[in-house]
Ligand binder design. Sequence first.
Ligand code: V47
Length: 450
Amino acid sequence: MIDTIAMSMTTLPTIDTSSDRLLEHVRDPELAPIVEAVLQGRRIDADQGMTLFTTADIWTVCSLANLVRRRLNGDVVWYNVNRHLNYSNICALSCKFCSFYRKREQDGAYEYSLDDIRAEATKAIEAGATEMHIVGGLHPWLPFEYYVDMLRAIRETAPRVHIKAFTAVEVVHLARIAKRGRDGAEGIRWVIRELMEAGLGSLPGGGAEVFDDRVHAETHRGKITGDRWLDVHRIAHEEGLNTNATMLYGHVETFADRIRHMQLLRQEQDRTLLEWARRHGAQVQTAVDHEGQEHEAVILTHPDTAESRLQPLPSTCDTGYYQTLIPLPFIPDDSELEHLPGPMGLENLRTMCVARIMLDNFPHVKAFWIMQTLEMAQFMLQNGADDIDGTVVWYDITKVDGAGTHQEVTQRDLQRAAREAGFHPVERDTLYRPVQRDGREWSVVDDNCD
Ligand code: V47
């Protein structure tokens, strides 16, 4: 098997992913129907997803992911100029995979004051950032007003910077501390509206972990369950916010759990796209899946090619949807699950590929370079991913290979990484609109939302 993989690696660049010639290179016969389905733009099911995880013919899996990636994003690699801000690591939860959280009395516990936050917003402007990505622990004592004031302070200091903030679990926590109910949808909706009023522009994808009750009980008991996470994002979409989704893999979950996670996200996105299509009078067709079951699918016609197939939404502003999936490899260091090995390179690559193939209705899949390393992210760009996140600067949640919290790359590094991988780098804003830049000055090319 090792020989086969080594051989395939040398032949990879010659595989023509744009036609049925891909079929000629398939070494595992079980993959043939999957290749046919993907070539024809048909959706694959859970069993087929499992085959992608278990086949020895990983290079066919890579080629398929590349095919889907190129259909959706051509030869573009998206990146942004952003700042991650982790406002506090004090957390009421003790998730076993997490090395970030501290209890208040513990060494290293911190929380940002509003002045600290203003200072971060000023630094973001000085660096020409278009986005601040803000998440933190579930702080037991900070009042709801702290979060609203945080957004307002950023809005005042850096009015043009998009605020992507608060994972679903933080949103539920805010509903609790604002005494808007523990679990009701109305409390969540109220919180999201208040935060939007104060400047919130989108929700990041964090905290999804793996949507499975066994994994929940074993690694992050006490955190919201997968159902609740999906509810929060559904409400955010209804309120017009775009969101992302993560999948934290490589710990105690199984391949089947990963596939189920992807299926749930795909199902949710279908629902959102359908809603959007109805609202916009887009074509909604009855499609037949591989088992002969009829279901409704949103068939959007590509404006340039007039080709009709399931398409991601254009970047409209009135309906929220999932923009990006970010597969996050579990990094064991300093966590309670430190005894686990964590996933390695090929496992990370394959998971990225399977995500790209399964989630045919997600416009983007991100190789978060902080967790994947920039070198591995380059390889992933050739195998499903179309985004590498941004310049980042400070990142507290995980550290790869002994890195400190200062983890920064320049725009030039990101552009070089994309070009070296054979792609055309395009700076984007948080909503994937291309950005034009002259040093610190920037503008959105197609700005029809503000
Ligand atoms: O929510 C925690 C995960 C997430 C570990 O939306 C860990 O664009 C690996 O959500 N090993 C935060 N992962 C990161 C995140 C994110 C990153 C980049 C872009 C976006 C986006 C979102 O990191 C947490 C948690 O799920 N995490 N501990 C760990 N030991």
